[in-house]
Design a protein around this ligand. Structure first.
Ligand code: SF4
Length: 359
């Protein structure tokens, strides 16, 4: 493959076909960093309103660093993969403390920030500071495995090394790294789509080995996925004995799945256990209380990347004990109409809507 011809054909196509995206009109490293983090595993249409909202709420890195993490999590609510949000806030604080609030320019300093890997660092430095760094995000990986008809499994280290090498080789042929990197991402996000690549319209089809071999749809090779487990979760909504307009919610620990979000207590159903028993047991284990499980509120289905859940949700009456957060960071009684002020995972939000309708 001639890298100069390749890059020229790709850049010409990009100039005529690129989508207008707000983060492509700026050279502000903070704005670009925000967009890059939000776009990880998330569609452009989903990201747009969040990107706008964050910049309105926190126009500078220092504003974001000074914000309370709970308000940042609340603003992120619904965007998913919440570790990104916690890392963003932590990295903003790192930038304030270590770089005077100015986004760093050296790649090693950027990679040292929480939640930023080599590809994201390369993207920010290319798009903000016109530096020349290869990228390897999910879209670029797919394009490269097809261009070179790579049949190894993409998560293998040796395959990843080859992909970085090809990313660098093609970038070396480009006159303008900003356009080249944007164009590689754009090609992956539009024509070189995961399931149905639009090869007839592709500007680099004559260079593409997978197209020549008819193997586009088999690239990238992925490990065979195990069947996705389905967990049944019993969830208890406990009314406050002193004020029945309030219910109990607890704050998940900062690390791990859905870390730093509020939730209704509960947990996984064991084999041969009724869901009512699950709820009573989980609330005993998590909060050190005894409850009577009362009537059913709703069942909520939700799919995460590696498993699916059904949240079987019931009203509960507190019979004895004073709640004690054994697993959560804290718990509190909150009026139902004020629950929307807290950041909840998407599946819990569906419960919350049921409660507001019932109230
Ligand atoms: S020819 Fe098809 S498979 Fe190859 S890069 Fe273009 S869109 Fe992707």
């Amino acid at each position: 493959m001639n890298a100069i011809d390749f890059a020229a054909a790709l850049a010409d196509w990009y100039r005529l076909n690129a989508r207008e995206l707000p983060w492509r009109k700026t050279r502000d490293a903070y704005h670009i960093w925000l967009s890059e983090v939000m776009l990880q595993q998330t569609q452009v249409t989903t990201v747009r309103p969040y990107y706008r909202k964050f910049l309105q709420l926190w126009p500078t890195i220092s504003d974001l660093a000074a914000a309370d993490i709970s308000s940042v999590m609340k603003a992120w609510e619904g965007l998913g993969y919440y570790a990104r949000c916690r890392n963003l806030h932590a990295a903003a604080n790192q930038i304030v403390q270590e770089h005077g609030g100015v986004f760093p320019r050296k790649i090693e300093d950027v990679i040292a920030l929480r939640g930023i890997g080599r590809s994201t660092a390369g993207a920010i430095l290319t798009f903000a500071y016109a530096q020349r760094h290869p990228l390897l995000d999910a879209n670029v990986k797919r394009v490269l495995t097809r261009l070179y008809d790579e049949d190894g499994i993409v998560t293998k280290a040796a395959v990843e090394r080859r992909l970085w090498h090809w990313s660098q080789t093609l970038l070396d042929g480009a006159a303008d790294p900003w356009t080249h990197n944007q164009a590689m991402m754009e090609l992956g996000a539009t024509l070189c789509a995961p399931k149905k690549p639009n090869c007839p319209r592709c500007p680099v089809k004559i260079e593409c080995l997978a197209h020549a071999h008819g193997t586009q749809r088999e690239r990238p090779q992925k490990k065979k996925r195990k069947p996705i487990p389905h967990k049944h979760i019993g969830v208890g909504v406990i009314r406050c004995p002193d004020d029945p307009r309030k219910v109990l919610v607890q704050l998940r620990p900062p690390e791990g799945l859905l870390g730093g979000l509020w939730e209704f207590p509960g947990g996984k159903q064991e084999p041969d256990e009724t869901i009512e028993r699950t709820i009573a047991r989980e609330l005993r284990e998590e909060l050190d209380i005894e409850v009577t499980v009362q009537h059913h509120i709703c069942d909520v289905q939700h799919a995460y990347s590696h498993f699916k859940v059904t949240l079987h949700t019931y009203w509960c009456r507190l019979d004895s004990g004073t709640p004690r957060a054994r697993v959560a960071v804290e718990w509190k009684w909150v009026p139902i109409h004020e629950l929307t002020h807290l950041a909840f995972p998407k599946a819990n939000r569906a419960i919350l809507e049921e409660l507001i309708d019932e109230a």
